[in-house]
Design a binder for this molecule. Sequence first.
Ligand code: CP
Length: 299
Amino acid sequence: NKSLVSISDYSKEEILHILELAAGFEANPNQPLMRDKVVASLFFEPSTRTRLSFDTAINRLGARVVGFTDASSSSTTKGETLKDTIKMVSNYADMIVMRHPLEGSARYASEQARVPIINAGDGANQHPTQTMLDLYSIQKTQGTLENLTIFMVGDLKYGRTVHSLLMALSLFNPTFYFVAPKEMSMPREYKIFLKEKGIRYFEQFEMGNLEKADILYMTRVQKERFSDPIEYERVKNAYVLKNAMLANTKDNLKVLHPLPRVNEIHPDVDANPKAYYFQQAENGVYTRMAIMSAIMGVK
Ligand code: CP
């Protein structure tokens, strides 16, 4: 029962193995290796990319999918606990993909389930399958994951994608630049994690020093996680990437974003060869095929 709850559940070797499998699925996406499997897809929180790329990956692997896309159509509305839901769905499916608004919910679910749990995002905590596709995108565009300079911009407090990605990249000797207003800065626990590992990071409020970047990882301000709407209004337009800001950046620089975006990347940037976020989302299908087939032991 090998779940993927946090990216730290996987070693460097296991991560590199998943990326290698993903390359194989990109080269040949129709491999019905999971024809006899049923995957439960439980989304207690909205999603476009994660759910649809999982569904696509499940279909391309020849498996079947059951589940719900909206908790309001499930018996959660009648007061059923997460524990009971997971125990029950464990008896229907061979694997559970779950997104939930509460931090720690995926770990809790993995303790209740008889089958592997894949965390498709638990609140502001972790989004490990996004991290796998981010790593795949970085490796594919840079030719390596080692010794890169990574700028993370925007909502570093509530952005679960940057939390997972920071932990994974820490295996590859990165240098980080965290660009965020004080209210959305990288949580202390992640900075302690980096300090303990001896990894360099710099914090700044402005979008300067971009000429040093190999990867510019933009993020959305997570409106749904702010308890104070006035605070959200104050910070929502903190950073807007425009083409002119990419003028003096390295040739190899790629702009990544987990998406959805609101207004933090101007639409004009989409046509810039340094923009990679839509290809990044496509890579989610291949990496999720790799993760599921590895967990099911069919690859
Ligand atoms: N990147 C990501 O998790 O997007 P969705 O919320 O649309 O799944």
